[in-house]
Design a protein around this ligand. Structure first.
Ligand code: ITT
Length: 196
């Protein structure tokens, strides 16, 4: 199936491309559709935002489109930053500032209650308006300082459950086998197999 990846996050593109490498998919990106309009992410849930992005891009390109809406939910912060993960430190922010803000908010939170999970919703929308969503989670905890330089976003402070390394200290394949994105895309794979 030919599918357009409805994301402008280059790190997500990289991860999604390598995870779907074995699936019956040929991926296009928004670089192939430079005029494609931006979509406002105003949903309250990962599902709302992923479906909105996928539908808008499918509508514009007239092709099936796959979107990823994801983020970090920290239990001691009542689920923040959640759907606002990309904009945690403000509108014109970046990964470094978001990470700094998170570590600052967590500075008084003791070991033992620093639990968090990454969530990822993958949405696949079709030109006829139909859309499917697939959720994936990765449980873990937040470290006290950044470790490692692989990956992106909050990877340097996220220790998946039972691991002594952060996502940013892992090789690509190791992160993919434990990640929220890997889990959601596995469900997409099952769905695609069932469609044949
Ligand atoms: P698109 O909407 O164009 O896909 P975006 O970066 O705005 O790109 P989101 O709204 O889904 O995407 O925000 C996701 C944010 O959550 C991302 O910027 C990271 O800060 C964080 N995040 C998601 N997955 C992550 C991962 O695997 N590792 C680290 N941080 C992640």
């Amino acid at each position: 199936m030919n599918i357009v990846l409805a994301t402008r996050n280059k790190k997500k593109v990289e991860e999604i491309k390598r995870i779907v490498a074995g699936m019956p998919i040929s991926l296009y990106t928004l670089d192939d559709f430079p005029e494609c309009p931006e979509v406002e992410e105003d949903g309250k849930t990962f599902e709302d935002n992923a479906a909105k992005k996928a539908k808008a891009v499918s509508d514009y390109t007239k092709m099936p489109a796959l979107a990823d809406d994801s983020g970090l939910e920290v239990y001691a912060l009542n689920g923040e930053p959640g759907v606002l993960s990309a904009r945690y430190a403000g509108e014109n922010t970046d990964d470094r500032k978001n990470l700094e803000k998170l570590l600052n908010e967590m500075r008084l939170v003791p070991d033992g209650i620093r639990g968090a999970r990454f969530a990822c919703c993958i949405a696949l929308a079709f030109p006829d308006g139909m859309a499917e969503t697939f959720m994936g989670y990765s449980e873990g905890s937040i470290g006290k300082g950044p470790k490692g330089s692989n990956g992106f976003g909050y990877d340097p402070v996220f220790y998946p459950a039972g691991c002594k390394k952060t996502f940013a200290e892992m090789a690509d394949a190791e992160k993919d086998s434990l990640s929220h994105r890997g889990a959601a895309l596995k469900k997409l794979h099952e769905y695609l197999k069932g469609r044949k």
